[in-house]
Design a protein around this ligand. Structure first.
Ligand SMILES: O=C(CO)[C@H](O)[C@H](O)COP(=O)(O)O
Length: 149
């Protein structure tokens, strides 16, 4: 699986951890920054770049990380066609894929231990979209709105 990953300073440690973890699991990880820890850096450009990577490679997934994951989710959702979900438990991670076909999961690095955040990221990456008609209908309604804007 190709995984586009990004984080600001608040998610930097988790990003580095997840990169090694996903590499070891045989995934193909693309790092959209930050390249180094900088306590003053800003999340939007990193997260938008990761979301663009996902948009440009259908079938790939994204993980964006910050302190809370809120702003990172908001930034990724600015990219047309991207559905980014805040994933804060293994269950919300699975549901983001099953029900929402979210291609990007956003994690708050300050909200979880490295171990718990890794389990959340793994749950997101492993879970397929259910394809259920009611979920597809709801996704289509959002896509339709996006195209009318
Ligand atoms: O989670 C985030 C955005 O939603 C950021 O990582 C967080 O706001 C960074 O905070 P600070 O600049 O105080 O370290």
């Amino acid at each position: 699986m190709r995984i586009h990953i990004a984080a600001d300073h608040a998610g930097f440690e988790l990003k580095q951890h997840l990169k090694a973890h996903f590499d070891a699991a045989g995934h193909d990880v693309v790092d959209h920054g930050a390249e180094e820890y900088d306590a003053q850096d800003d999340y939007p450009a990193f997260c938008i770049s990761a979301a663009e990577g996902v948009r440009d490679e259908p079938g790939s997934l994204g993980i964006v990380i910050g302190g809370s994951g809120n702003g990172e989710q908001l930034a990724a959702n600015r990219v047309t066609g991207i559905r980014a979900a805040l994933i804060w438990s293994e269950e919300t991670a699975r549901l983001a894929r099953q029900h929402n076909d979210a291609q990007v999961g956003s994690i708050g690095g300050r909200m979880h231990s490295l171990e718990d955040a890794t389990a959340i990221a793994d749950a997101f990456v492993a879970e397929p979209f259910s394809g259920d008609a009611r979920h597809q209908r709801r996704i289509d309604a959002m896509t339709s709105y996006e195209k009318r804007r």
